[in-house]
Structure formats: structure tokens, C-alpha cells
Design a protein around this ligand. Structure first.
Ligand SMILES: Nc1ncnc2c1ncn2[C@@H]1O[C@H](COP(=O)(O)OP(=O)(O)OP(=O)(O)O)[C@@H](O)[C@H]1O
Length: 333
């Protein structure tokens, strides 16, 4: 089971360059959260700060009653073992086979025998669909396979928190969709706490329980998926609609005169598209942290954009979800 991470008033700067300040959010245990934001807003810096690779200037990162942002090196070493990280390119050692790459953390951090290591490595490689590829070198396989191998390696110490740095970068839409399904399945399986940094709008719209967005050196919003996907906040709307018009420009932010010019030409960040149903685990189970579709909207008196929660096969998940809930209750009972 995952652990909660409570980030409080976190600020990171490099010299005089403030990357973001006063970031406060909670990644609830077992949930999938996504962090969005235009390029250069410091999403990777945020991930590295969470895992203690970068030390913030101010603020706290509470995990299990310990402040990772302000603890001793020894404590940090201990807390890091709670984390598995999937770096952008998989961060594999080029001269080691996939098997040895995945076995590496077990050989470094545990005293397990090679036989025990073999069982764990094979289990994780099978989980990511690479059961037959152990002998291959990273240079011999595709980018998607390298990411899955990186994921298997991130999983070998059974982490309670898994961080994904742009898991979809460099992947085609089909491979991205497969990886997203794998992420949802892994969350259902491990119930670890997941944070995904991504640019991919489809990932952000369909995978997470919660979404946050960094912009102009601050966290503009963080909350349930339906809250962000129905938001009127111009920067959120522009980003999630992938529009050119709105506060985000080529060099990250536009100045007031550019925005006024756009407004006078009647260019707005666009209507809200329908909210898609959230991706389910492939075996059709419900993850414990999922919210029923439409629940947040109904509770806050917000009307869903027309066509929301309807999947590719025309099923309306506001109606389907209770049936699945009853069926899964029955199968549990
Ligand atoms: N170690 C470092 N020293 C100095 N500046 C850094 C360091 N790491 C990152 N930065 C700066 O922090 C800013 C944010 O970088 P970061 O890579 O976190 O952005 P990002 O939101 O992940 O961008 P992208 O979406 O393009 O990957 C950039 O201006 C970058 O140059």
C-alpha cells in the first residue's frame, strides 16, 4: 500500500532563478496524480526534489512523519527506498543486459541470493511484458521497451511511491496508450502512490485521480481530475485544450498586450471538450481510489460538457459505473 506525501510551502531556486515557490499539495496514498505544465516550468525539478536529488530552498515534504526536505543524509537514504522512479529515457546502463539492469537495485541494496533475485526480476519483467527480453542490451530495443525495462527496474524494491518523468516522451500514440494502461494496471496491482509528470493531454485527461498544474513559478491548481477538466482558469483551459490562444506563449508566458490583442480579436482558449471516462484496469476491476464519474461535478453544481463520460463504444459511464461497483462488491463478497 502506498504512502501519502504532503508537500508544504515548497520553494526551489537555482541562484537567483526561482523555479517555483510556495507549492503546497498532497499526493494521497494509493492515488494516481498527474503534474502538468508548459516546458521549463520545473516539473522535472519538482520530481527530483520529491525524491531528494535536489534540496529545496524552503518548505517541507512530509512522508511517514519525516520531512524529506530537511532530514539528515542517513534518513534521506532510508526514505529514498520508498521510491521507484522511471526517468525519461529509462536511464538504463547501456553495457548491461536488461536482466542485469533490472537486477541492479537488488544487488546494490539487498543481500538476496541470485536465485531470489532471479524470481523477482522475472516477475517484474513479465509484469511489464518483457519476460523474453532479459538478454537484450538497451541499444538493441525500441524506446517503448526501454521505458518498460526502466519501469521493471523501478519496481524491483516494491516501492510505495512511483514517480514517472514524462513516461510518454518519444512514444507514438499507440505505445503511449499501452503504457498508460500498464500504469493504471500497476497502480491497481501495487496500490502504490503514483505521480506522473507529462505533456500528454490524453494521459492527463484519462489516467489520473488528481491533476496539478505548474505555471509562472507556482502551482495554479491541484485537485480532482473533474475539477481541472471543467475549469474556467484560462491557463488550465488553454493547456488541456492544446490551444495557441491564451496565456501560454512560445516563450512560456505572454505579456498583457499580447493577451489584450487576442481578446480583442475574439480568440479565447476554447470551449471545454467532453470529459472522457477514466481508464479502468484492464481486468475491469475498480481501483479503490477512483471516484465515480460525475461525482465531483455534481457535488459542486457543475454541469459536465455534453458527451462527457461516454466511451468509444458509446457506453455512458455514469450509468455503467454503479453496475461495475455492484459486480465488484459481489465478487469481493
Ligand atoms: N541543476 C540545475 N541547475 C540549474 N538550473 C536548473 C537545474 N535543473 C533544472 N534547471 C532549470 O530549471 C528550469 C526548469 O527545468 P525542468 O527541466 O524542471 O522543466 P520542465 O517543466 O520539466 O520542462 P520540460 O517539460 O521541457 O521537460 C529550467 O529553466 C532549467 O534550466
Amino acid at each position: 500500500m502506498g504512502v501519502e506525501i504532503a508537500v508544504e510551502g515548497l520553494t526551489k531556486a537555482f541562484g537567483k532563478q526561482v523555479i517555483w515557490e510556495d507549492v503546497t499539495l498532497t499526493l494521497p496514498e494509493g492515488k494516481i496524480s498527474v503534474l502538468l505544465g508548459p516546458s521549463g516550468t520545473g516539473k522535472s525539478v519538482f520530481l527530483k526534489s520529491l525524491v531528494g536529488l535536489l534540496r529545496p530552498e524552503r518548505g517541507h515534504i512530509w512522508i511517514d512523519g519525516h520531512d524529506l526536505a530537511n532530514c539528515s543524509e542517513n534518513k534521506l537514504y532510508e526514505l529514498r527506498r520508498l521510491f521507484g522512479v522511471l526517468f525519461q529515457d529509462g536511464a538504463l546502463f547501456g553495457s548491461l543486459s536488461l536482466y542485469d539492469n533490472v537486477a541492479f537495485p537488488l544487488r546494490e541494496h539487498t543481500r538476496k541470493s541470485e536465485r531470489e533475485i532471479r524470481d523477482i526480476v522475472m516477475e517484474k519483467m513479465e509484469l511489464v511484458g518483457l519476460g523474453d527480453a532479459g538478454a537484450k542490451l538497451p541499444g538493441e530495443i525500441s524506446g517503448g521497451m526501454r521505458k518498460r525495462a526502466g519501469l521493471a527496474r523501478a519496481l524491483v524494491l516494491d516501492p510505495e511511491i512511483i514517480l514517472f518523468d514524462e513516461p510518454d516522451s518519444g512514444l507514438d500514440p499507440v505505445r503511449t496508450a499501452n503504457l498508460n494502461q500498464l500504469i493504471v494496471d500497476l497502480n491497481a496491482e501495487t496500490q502504490a502512490t503514483f505521480l506522473i509528470v507529462t505533456h500528454d493531454i490524453n494521459t492527463a485527461r484519462t489516467v489520473p485521480d488528481d491533476i496539478g498544474m505548474l505555471y509562472r513559478r507556482e502551482l495554479v491548481m491541484f485537485g480532482p481530475r473533474e475539477m481541472l477538466l471543467s475549469s474556467d482558469e484560462p491557463v488550465v483551459r488553454q493547456f488541456l485544450n492544446a490551444r495557441r490562444h491564451g496565456p501560454i506563449g512560445m516563450s512560456e508566458e505572454k505579456d498583457v498586450s499580447e493577451l489584450e490583442a487576442e481578446a480583442s480579436m475574439g480568440q479565447d482558449p476554447g470551449r471545454l471538450p467532453p470529459i472522457p471516462p477514466q481508464l479502468l484496469p484492464s481486468d475491469g476491476r475498480l481501483r479503490p481510489t477512483m471516484r465515480p464519474p460525475g461525482e465531483w461535478l455534481a457535488r459542486h453544481g457543475v454541469t459536465a460538457p455534453p458527451g462527457s463520460f461516454v466511451d468509444d463504444e458509446g457506453r455512458d459511464w455514469v450509468e455503467e459505473y454503479p453496475k461495475l461497483l455492484m459486480a465488484s462488491g459481489r465478487s469481493r463478497g
